[in-house]
Design a protein around this ligand. Structure first.
Ligand code: ZN
Length: 134
């Protein structure tokens, strides 16, 4: 498998609007838009930084994965996404080497990317997302 770059850093927040004053106001990043991924019960906001992006994640439902994360751990860095050349190949290789996968098969993430998560038990506590974009 080949990792190309850090695609984005996912940050769980209670309110995307409330964090605008930091990412946009204080840090001066451009807000590249919001997207709701209904299946994940999340709204994402992207702030490109050089060759990568900050992805803010706000829950759209009290039982969504981000709502549960906030309950347990509070706001903060939630995952790191590595862009890979071929996500199916990467998942197969990692699985064959004993890495526990959350997603056996890629699903659709924001921006039409193919994404899959690795289990933090296998990655020293970091929730790692793999993503492939065309
Ligand atoms: Zn992500």
């Amino acid at each position: 498998m080949k990792v190309l770059k850090i695609d984005h850093i996912g940050i769980a927040v209670k309110s995307i609007d409330a964090t605008g004053q930091l990412y946009n106001g204080l840090l001066g990043l451009q807000h590249a838009g919001n997207e709701t991924v209904a299946e994940q019960k999340v709204t994402t906001a992207f702030f490109p930084v050089g060759d990568t992006e900050v992805e803010l994640l706000e829950s759209t439902a009290p039982d969504g994965p981000i709502a549960k994360y906030l309950e347990k751990k509070g706001e903060g860095v939630q995952h790191i996404a590595f862009r890979v050349e071929n996500i199916e190949e990467a998942l197969a290789e990692l699985k064959s080497k004993g890495v526990q996968l959350i997603d056996e098969k890629p699903r659709r993430g924001a921006g039409g990317a193919k994404i899959a998560f690795l289990h933090p038990k296998s990655t020293f506590g970091v929730l790692i997302e793999l993503c492939e974009r065309e």
